[in-house]
Each structure stands twice: as C-alpha cells, then as structure tokens.
Design a protein around this ligand. Structure first.
Ligand SMILES: Nc1nc2c(ncn2[C@@H]2O[C@H](COP(=O)(O)OP(=O)(O)OP(=O)(O)O)[C@@H](O)[C@H]2O)c(=O)[nH]1
Ligand SMILES: [Ca+2]
Length: 501
C-alpha cells in the first residue's frame, strides 16, 4: 500500500490532469481546423451576371447568366438565371423604322434591371449579337442595317450595365459558340470526355458544327479552340437562307417558278400544307427576301393563293429542289458545294429542330428514321380544320408549317448532312440542359469574358467537403490516440504489475 502511494505521488501524469490536457489539445486542434476551414470559405456566396441579347431573324431574346464570383474560371459554373422574349419580330424587321428596334428592347431590359442586384449593374456586361436576319438586311441594304444597330446601341447604352457592343456575328461564330454552349453545359470540357456536335435551325440560317478528326479541305469551315488544356478541331458551316422561314420562301419560289409568266394571282397547290388549308398571301410578303431576290425584283404580283394538299412524298420532292447536290469540288460535300467531312459522334439539335420535332412527338421516344418519316407522312395528311380543333392553343402560323418544317428537317438531316438510319439515333433534340437554354449566346459570352481558360487550372487535392471531413476525422483520430496513449502510459505493465496493485 505504501509502495502504491509512493508510485502515485511519483507519477507526473496524474489521471485527471492527463484527461484535461488531452481534451484541451484535442479541442484546440478541432478549433484550429474549423477556423482554417471557415477562413477559406467566403461567408456569403457572391454572384456575377452577364446579359446577352440574341437578335435573331424571327425574334430577339434577352438572356441573363449568373455565376459565383469567386469561381469565374471553373467551367460549368455559369447558368441561365432568366430569359425574356422581346415582343414583336426580329430587329431586322425594323429596317424602315430603325428607332423602333431600340424601343422594342425596353421591356426586357427593364426586366433585366430588376432581376440583377443593383450593386452589380455597373459591372454586368451586355452584348448583342445579331444573326441571319441582319446578315440578310446588310446584304439587301447596308445603310438600313447600320441604322438598326445604331438605334439598338443607343437604347442599350441608356441602361446602367457595362455595354460591350452590338454587332452582326458571323455564321462561323454562331455555329462554334452553339457548340461551346452545348459542351459547356454538358460539362464535356472539364471531364475531357468526347464532345457532342451542334445542330441549330433558326428562321433564316442553319448551322452544323462538330469535332472532326479529318483534315478539313476548306479553311472557311475550320475553327480551332484550346479549352481546359485540350485542343478541339472543329468543322462548322452556316447555311444562310436555310433557316426554316427562308427555306419555305425558297421552296414556294421553286414551286411557282413554272407559273411565273401568269399575270393574275398565282394559285399554288402545295403538298407541304394540310388538305383544306387555303390562305391568300400577298406576293410581296412571301418573297420579300434576298434569298428569293430574283422573284422579288422581276415579279410584282398581287397575291399567292396558297392551297394545301397534304402529301408528304410530294412535299419531300419539292423540298429536295432547294438542295443543290449536283456539284461538289471537294472530296465530299453536304449540299450547295459546301465541304463536309464524315459525321462524328452524337449531336444536340436545338432551336427549331426542337420546336418542330417536339410538337410532332418525334423527340421523346427513340424512333428510327423510318418510323419518324411514317409518322410525319400521316401527320401531313391531317385536314387543316381537324388540326386547328385539336390544337386551339398553338399559333396558326406555327401549326400550318409543322408538316413543311418536319419534312424539311428530315430532308436536311438525311439528304443534306447525310445522317442515315444507323446514326439517326445519335441526334438528341434538346431545348435546355439543366436550366439553361441551348443556343450560341452562352458560348459567346464565355468566350468574350475568357471564362473557359485555355489551360485547366490546378485543382485542389480534395473537394471542399472532402477536405473538411478529412480534417475533422484526423483531429478526432489524434484525440482518440492521445487518450489511448495516456491510458497505456498510466497503466503500469510488466512482472511487477500485481505487486503494485
Ligand atoms: N413552333 C414553334 N416555333 C417557334 C417557336 N419559337 C420560335 N419559333 C420559330 O422557329 C424558327 C427558329 O426560331 P429561332 O431559333 O428563334 O430563330 P432566330 O434565332 O430568330 O433565327 P436565326 O437568326 O436564323 O437564328 C423561327 O421560324 C421561329 O418563328 C416556338 O416556340 N414554337
Ligand atoms: Ca438563332
């Protein structure tokens, strides 16, 4: 007993003291880690914003994008926060009243002012990109197109944002930035996985863009990007006048060609419109475009009496005539003597590809190309009155044109771009990825703000959550081992054990 007392007195690691000291050290470690973690995490997530106006041929849309301020160069961070459709037609329709082009943007820009926090207004860039409608106006009347852009610019400069310019973007930019958008939103750059091609069908032009492993025979169709440490060799082409509104004009022009000598109104029996459809249109309204300039300048007839026949086969025959496939001075072409390498990979088809194929229910199920054609053929025979009763909510102009547009899309994809029954299912008809709409605007802004770096940034060893968890458990482990150590230290061992107790 005396011996034991002697030992207890001699031992500097008294039990209570050990536990106290150990606990203090452990709590200290945990506090240190917690402070380190909190210190590195911003207290409030701050967002930045960007505005892009898509001044298309048929209408203008205003897109507001948002991203966490401190993660500017992490790909996948920018998302669409809001979008607004400008009332009325596209800005090119204001060629005779250009001031109205600027005014037309007011409502949506006022909405942008409300959507973006006030303290961020001055640093929010605003870009306007005009596409095929303005390209056509520029071809037709350069002064008018400049006036329209001038008024649009004046209008945008009245807002508290950081105005960055309004311009007509090229077809290559439109195609390439559509491709950037699809792949950015699919996170394909960060994953360094394969990319998907982009198919965009507008009102006045259409774009095809994909990564090609082939040597491109035409420099006009070639764009190179270095994104996130990887080189991308892109094929892109924009067909002006091959958007769905302009191609309808082209097709009508081809169909009435044999009747152009007639002096009266022209009656056109059109297989691409539904049986019972009978609408009188002013000749001028149909052919007022540089895409069908010959008709416009040489013929000024009063009216076109447009009568539907609803015959899909004949409709496709008529549409085929807008593609010139008789001549190709490259090793291979799509149509109109435009070079196109073999198709590669999957494709995302958006804009009117989606509007039309979605309405026709050809996007949701995996139809093969033959079934899709059969369904479309049946749809085209539906009488006009039946359709109107079936879809009272759909705008009549859209409803009347789905048979034509669907047939154009099938023909463009199959006979224009050479999709076959084997790769038809590689096409995804899409409108949005996540909450962001697919189109060229996001890619355009990412490019102009340098938000996709050429080289991948060094990434931390662990994601933030993983780091916190690991540090916590390591501290806990140290604490537990310390306690165990103390217990073992405290417990006497060896042959004298029994004697001591
Ligand atoms: N059915 C349907 N058609 C639509 C809708 N929105 C637009 N369209 C039509 O689809 C076509 C393409 O629309 P967009 O992609 O907006 O075309 P855009 O950007 O104005 O034209 P581009 O300058 O050639 O790109 C046009 O003919 C539009 O009138 C919709 O919600 N439903
Ligand atoms: Ca467009």
């Amino acid at each position: 007993m005396d011996e034991q007392q002697e030992m207890t007195v001699k031992n500097p690691w008294h039990r209570a003291q050990i536990i106290f000291v150990t606990a203090v050290i452990a709590v200290g470690i945990i506090i240190m880690v917690a402070i380190g973690v909190v210190q590195h995490k911003p207290l409030h997530q701050k967002y930045k914003y960007g505005i892009v106006l898509d001044a298309g041929s048929s209408h203008t849309s205003v897109y507001i994008y948002e991203w966490p301020a401190e993660k500017e160069n992490n790909t996948g961070m920018v998302q669409q926060k809001h979008s607004c459709n400008v009332k009325g037609k596209g800005i090119s329709s204001y060629s005779e009243t250009p001031h109205k082009a600027g005014e037309s943007l007011r409502e949506c820009m006022d909405e942008a002012k409300k959507t973006i926090p006030k303290q961020r207004h001055h640093e929010t860039p605003v870009y306007l990109g005009a596409t095929a409608g303005m390209r056509l106006l520029k071809m037709d009347d350069n002064t008018a197109s400049e006036k329209v852009l001038e008024f649009v610019e004046k209008s945008l400069q009245t807002y508290p944002f950081s105005y960055q310019g309004a311009r007509i973007i090229t077809g290559q930019e439109e195609g390439a930035f559509g491709w950037v958008t699809v792949n950015y939103l699919s996170d394909n750059f960060r994953k360094a996985s394969g990319t998907v091609g982009a198919l965009d069908l507008g009102g006045a032009s259409t774009q095809i863009t994909f990564v090609s492993g082939q040597q491109l025979e035409s420099s006009d169709n070639s764009i190179d990007f270095r994104l996130y440490g990887k080189d991308y060799h892109l094929y892109t082409h924009s067909f002006l006048c091959y958007g769905k509104d302009q191609v309808l004009k082209l097709s009508l022009e081809k169909q009435i060609q044999p009747k152009l000598d007639m002096t009266d109104n022209i009656i056109l029996e059109d297989p691409c419109f539904h049986p019972g459809y009978n609408v009188t249109k002013s000749f001028q309204s149909v052919f007022d475009s540089p895409c069908v300039k010959n008709v416009k300048s040489s013929q000024r007839r009063q009216n076109l009496i447009h009568i539907g026949l609803g015959n899909w086969n004949k409709c496709q025959e008529a549409i085929r005539k807008v593609f010139n496939t008789t001549y190709c001075h490259y090793s291979r072409c799509s149509f109109n003597d435009v070079f196109q390498p073999p198709l590669e990979g999957r494709f995302g088809a958006f804009s009117a590809y989606f509007f039309v194929m979605n309405f026709l229910n050809l996007t949701t199920e995996k139809y093969n190309i033959h079934v899709a054609k059969e369904k479309l053929a049946t749809y085209c025979t539906t009488p006009w009155n039946t359709l109107k009763k079936r879809h009272p909510e759909v705008k009549e102009k859209y409803l009347a044109e789905y048979c034509f547009s669907g047939t154009y899309i099938m023909t463009l994809l199959e006979e224009g771009y050479h999709f076959t029954s084997d790769n038809w299912e590689d096409i995804d008809f899409i409108k949005k990825i996540g909450d962001s709409e697919v189109g060229w605007t996001l890619g355009y802004m990412l490019n102009l703000t340098n938000m996709i770096p050429a080289e991948a940034p060094d990434t931390p060893l662990l994601p933030y959550g993983g780091y916190v968890t690991l540090m916590f458990f390591l501290s806990l482990l140290i604490f537990v081992f310390f306690i165990l150590g103390c217990i073992f230290f405290r417990r006497p061992s060896g042959p004298n054990h029994k004697e001591i107790i």
